[in-house]
Design a protein around this ligand. Structure first.
Ligand code: SAM
Length: 284
């Protein structure tokens, strides 16, 4: 294992600070600093950016982000045991790493960040999906971040980047692709982590679009896609019946066959339907 900085190898850091992985914190660490530097490079040019890292743990990805030139890293970590290891990294990169001890689902990092902001994380998967949805659904767009570079369970990464007609296609794909470009940039086998999880992982890189790909009201679009995919096997005229008494006409106006099923419909058509529905509801 080579070193990307003058700090000791991660195995030694983990042994010295007794950072044995805890299952309840979803801890699967990346110890290969070549790999963490590679993940960091996928976040794009960080030299003029603040990077928000969630769940740094012993700091493998943190070291990658700093070595690859992040202007400043703000790291939020729940496990107090990781703080001494992170303090050593902060010392090696004076003024470039700030660590907050807390739960990323509770802490508001914005006060500590200066735009432009990128986000990078190798998080427990449940926390990762919840944060992704939050980052993708602010009231106003563009959001506070320019890009997200996130490790997910491979199956979740496929749901984020899925296209119509595939099994993985659903709300997560629509939500991710409506206001961002999303692509899988790396795949990692279980052995890349210590301890090795049962599943394969993948890194997804999302770039915020300056404005949504197609116009639609976020709340109405969310209602339409929720109703459509909650009963994904049903025809849309049946699954969307509760949304409007004349849903069949609205579907037709949006260019969608009322007998089609949710997974056949692309983003453009879902947005058109959301617009027609909103107009119909407001009496237009
Ligand atoms: N980034 C490190 C790496 O790649 O080796 C650690 C990854 S490990 C999968 C997930 C990390 O997220 C752990 O350090 C864990 O303590 C932390 N974590 C778990 N839940 C968290 C939360 N709600 N807020 C902040 N950190 C959390």
């Amino acid at each position: 294992m080579s070193t990307i900085d003058n700090l000791p190898p991660l195995r030694e850091v983990i042994a010295r600070h007794d950072l044995r992985a805890k299952k309840q914190l979803g801890q699967n660490f990346l110890l290969d600093l070549n790999l963490t530097a590679k993940i960091a490079r996928n976040a794009g040019d960080m030299s003029g950016c603040d990077v928000l890292e969630i769940g740094p743990g012993p700091g493998g990805l943190t070291r990658g982000l700093l070595a690859e030139g992040a202007r400043h890293v703000l790291a939020i970590e729940k496990d107090a045991r990781a703080l001494p290891a992170l303090a050593e990294i902060a010392e090696a990169y004076p003024g470039r790493l700030t660590v907050i001890h807390g739960d990323a689902l509770q802490v508001d990092p914005l006060a500590h960040l200066t735009p432009p902001i990128r986000i990078a994380a190798n998080l427990p998967y449940n926390v990762g999906t919840e944060l992704l949805i939050r980052w993708l659904t602010p009231k106003a767009w563009p959001p506070f971040w320019e890009s997200l570079t996130l490790m997910f369970q491979k199956e979740v990464a496929e749901r984020i980047t899925a296209k119509p007609g595939s099994k993985a296609y659903g709300r997560l794909a629509l939500l991710s692709q409506w206001r961002a470009d999303a692509r899988i940039v790396m795949s990692l086998p279980p052995e890349a982590f210590v301890p090795a999880p049962k599943i394969h992982s993948a890194v997804v890189h999302l770039t915020a679009l300056p404005e949504p790909r197609y116009p639609a009201d976020p709340t109405v679009l969310s209602q339409v896609t929720a109703a459509a995919f909650n009963q994904r096997r049903k025809m849309l005229r049946a699954s969307l019946r509760g949304l409007h008494p004349d849903i069949e006409t609205l579907l037709q106006d949006a260019g969608i066959a009322p007998t089609a099923r949710a997974e056949e419909i692309d983003l453009e058509h879902f947005c058109a339907l959301a617009r027609h529905l909103q107009q119909a509801r407001s009496g237009g």
